[in-house]
Write a protein that binds this ligand. Sequence first.
Ligand SMILES: Cc1cc2nc3c(=O)[nH]c(=O)nc-3n(C[C@H](O)[C@H](O)[C@H](O)COP(=O)(O)O)c2cc1C
Length: 184
Amino acid sequence: MNVLVLVGSLRAGSTNRLLADAAVAHLPAGVDATVFERLAELPHYSEELDHDDVLPQVARDLREAVADADAVLLVTPEYNGSLPSAVKNAVDWASRPRGAASIAGKPAAVVGASGSPNAAKWAREDGVKVLRVAGAVVIEDTFGIGSSFQAFEDGRLTDAALDAELRTLVARLAGEVTTASSAA
Ligand SMILES: Cc1cc2nc3c(=O)[nH]c(=O)nc-3n(C[C@H](O)[C@H](O)[C@H](O)COP(=O)(O)O)c2cc1C
């Protein structure tokens, strides 16, 4: 089983990347994770580009990565009260072609970290919404880290209660994977 991780911050030293690593560390044995490392290369979605003969290779690769994954974990900062465009753009690409979208029916969960105490709440809410509209089967509960620049030490969440909360959500996502694959 494989979880595809989409990290909405493109910068080196991202606290969301640390959060992604912390989440992946909680995946049960037998569930692997792959971070899609090329969100920065994705062109802005355009229906003109969305034809077999001109489809950018990176968009094709993203769709394949989503299709091959058993679940998607979206890890997002909050930019101006919502998702960063990199995340929304990736979901837009994965939501097409209509009727054959790779994201359709995919179990998904959303976590986020922000520098403010808001813990990327609005971005997480929007992440759940856009994934649901795109056709994913999204866990409504999300996990957030506020004041994220102080939240990690040696790559780990310092607050044990928060780390346990993260573990619970990740276990739920893995449970959705198991449920979805046993129903298939
Ligand atoms: C363009 C931009 C907009 C931002 N808007 C918000 C915001 O609305 N709410 C918030 O809590 N933080 C906001 N921030 C601060 C981010 O939470 C902070 O940069 C965070 O560390 C980004 O995650 P990263 O460490 O993974 O890069 C914004 C940052 C940028 C660059």
